[in-house]
Design a protein around this ligand. Structure first.
Ligand code: 2DT
Length: 212
């Protein structure tokens, strides 16, 4: 019926420090929603599958060096190259659960000392998330979780700066979940938030653009 044709999917973004549990929670959420018959896909940024994504991946692995503003714009370009696909998925009724988005873009670059407004500017016009879910965990606690890997930003001092910038970016629309709770509790809370968000979008909440 016409209701179905016009109902859109939701853009749900998970953010948090490295090792906050974002990636496993995104995967669990998507599996669970699919199991409930909801049309949903798991996305992540950076999307390392594109040629821009491969440049980002080499930079993160410390295989290449790039100027701070240059890599910032590549991360942004990596979202822009996915924007039209993102919009068509959402308009066709598929929800997207995205592991990191523009907030990671701003928080990580600002942690290097770049101006926040400068960092936000290339994100303006990307699709605004319908819900940002932030997995809160202290940088110290995150670092204790089996340690960091070898990628560029996986150092405690840097993660502390990122945490400060996430705190500055956060607004009342964000849902913050205590990343120290048992996995299953987090999973249940995220599912509730996602279902609520999906229902609102289905009911006609319009798509919006960043930066809000
Ligand atoms: P993963 O470990 O989640 O693959 O992230 N990052 C990410 C940025 O600096 N800017 C961005 O726009 C995005 C999306 C966060 C790889 C690292 O890349 C950082 C961690």
């Amino acid at each position: 019926n016409s209701q179905c044709l016009s109902s859109r999917g939701s853009l749900i973004v998970l953010e948090g420090l490295d090792r906050s549990g974002k990636t496993s929670q995104s995967t669990k959420l998507v599996t669970r929603l699919k199991g409930e018959g909801i049309s949903v896909e798991a996305w992540r940024f950076p999307d390392r599958s594109t040629s821009v994504g491969q440049m980002i991946s080499a930079y993160l692995a410390n295989d290449t060096q790039l100027d701070d503003r240059t890599i910032h714009l590549l991360f942004s370009a990596n979202r822009w190259e996915k924007r039209s696909l993102m919009e068509s998925k959402l308009r066709s009724g598929t929800s997207l659960v995205v592991d990191r988005y523009s907030y990671s873009g701003v928080a990580f670059s600002a942690a290097k000392g770049l101006d926040i407004e400068w960092c936000k500017a290339p994100e303006v016009g990307l699709i605004a998330p319908d819900q940002v879910i932030f997995l809160g965990i202290s940088p110290e606690r995150a670092a204790e979780r089996g340690g960091y890997g070898t990628e560029r930003y996986e150092h405690l001092d840097f993660q502390r700066k990122v945490a400060q910038h996430y705190a500055n970016l956060q607004d009342v629309s964000w849902k913050v979940i205590d990343g120290g709770l048992p996995m299953e509790d987090i999973e249940n809370q995220i599912r509730e938030l996602a279902l609520d968000c999906i229902a609102k979008c289905k009911a006609g909440k319009p798509l919006a653009n960043l930066w809000l």
